[in-house]
Design a protein around this ligand. Structure first.
Ligand code: FES
Length: 358
């Protein structure tokens, strides 16, 4: 028997009553919930996604991949015992397993890896359960292969969309769970529209509900639920003796990229500008826009807030344009090998702190 992985797509909804709890309890609950998940890091692969603002009936997804079913069970039991878990319901949960396709796709370079789920860094995940009609299974295998070839041909026209097909026969209500990764929802829409015209589509019995999910860090996902910020509980973790906190690797932050991380209780925006790493407080001083999502002018070393176009120097934190007048704190940055470390500033404005990429 080939070695397979078990996969679970667990969609959670938060009881709004949780948002009316005292802030200190919310903060403690997020810390407990997040650390419970982190505790399982070596036992399963887990990717958090947010659905706040996208669907009305669920708030987040935990995409879980494990070698054994028991790991998925143990994680859910642990989450059920947390304070936040008492306020979470599970309107959708899909269980599936990796396996080789029964069809031949000799030109598909990804075919050999289908037994192992390797999520990409794509911004979005599009998930839905899938059931074929019984008449599909009554067709000769060669007929089905011919239709699957057309299906694959259409998929190859959208190379930036990556498909993870997992199997649920006998394990759960659907036959497959399909999860597409991509950075552009418009491309995914076009792909699905085109697949509707394929011959195999006539043999689809059910392919809803469909979930559009946004990839985010565990703490961002918890923040998206509302209540006290997750950054604060994360800050309670012991810091290194030198005050620096490892927050990213250079592999995660290539030139031209930015990221939001947490250190000392604050959300911090990291930028790699032509190989130099800069770190400033993530919140715009005008109205708390997220600067890690801003536009960077590499020549001027300035980030523009995505909300109302305030501009901040990445070197000094000074507001240099737009509606903001108060500078943002600048963090000291250092590199240890491939690891980016930052430490909070003692005051608001300071000297340039960019660290050259080693
Ligand atoms: S929130 Fe940044 S410019 Fe308004």
């Amino acid at each position: 028997m080939e070695r397979r992985q078990v996969v679970r797509y667990a969609f959670y909804t938060l009881d709004p009553a949780w948002r009316r709890l005292p802030a200190d309890r919310q903060a403690a609950a997020k810390l407990e919930f997040g650390e419970t998940i982190e505790h399982f890091a070596g036992k399963l692969l887990l990717r958090p996604y947010g659905l706040v603002g996208i669907r009305g009936d669920c708030d987040c997804l935990l995409w879980q991949v494990a070698e054994h079913l028991e790991a998925l069970v143990d994680l859910q039991i642990a989450l059920n015992h947390t304070d936040l878990g008492a306020y979470l319901s599970l309107p959708y949960s899909y269980l599936a397993m990796t396996r080789r396709s029964i069809y031949e796709f000799p030109e598909d370079p990804h075919a050999p890896s289908r037994l192992v789920i390797r999520p990409s860094e794509a911004r979005y995940l599009f998930v839905y359960p899938f059931v074929k009609t019984r008449s599909w299974y009554a067709l000769p295998k060669a007929e089905r292969q011919r239709m699957m070839d057309e299906h694959v041909r259409i998929g190859r026209k959208y190379p930036s969309i990556r498909l993870n097909t997992t199997y649920s026969y006998g394990l759960d209500d659907q036959e497959f769970v399909v999860a597409f990764e991509g950075d552009n929802p418009a491309e995914f829409l076009d792909l699905v529209m085109e697949l509707r015209e394929s011959e195999a589509s006539g043999y689809t019995l059910r392919d809803t509900p469909t979930f559009t999910c946004v990839q985010m860090s565990l703490w961002d996902m918890l923040d998206a639920l509302g209540g006290a910020g997750a950054a604060e509980p994360v800050a309670r973790r012991p810091a290194r003796a030198d005050g620096f906190t490892p927050v990213a690797t250079l592999a995660e932050l290539p030139p031209g990229k930015s990221a939001r991380v947490y250190a000392a209780g604050e959300a911090v925006a990291l930028f790699n500008v032509n190989g130099t790493i800069y770190a400033i407080a993530n919140r715009c001083t005008h109205a708390r826009g997220s600067l890690s999502e801003g536009t960077v002018d590499a020549a001027a070393c300035v980030v523009t807030c995505p909300w109302h176009d305030a501009k901040f120097s990445l070197e000094t934190g000074q507001a240099v344009g737009g509606p903001a007048t108060i500078p943002v704190p600048v963090y000291r940055v250092k590199l240890e090998g491939d690891t980016v470390l930052i430490t909070p500033p003692p005051a608001v404005a300071r000297e340039p702190t960019g660290a050259p990429r080693s």
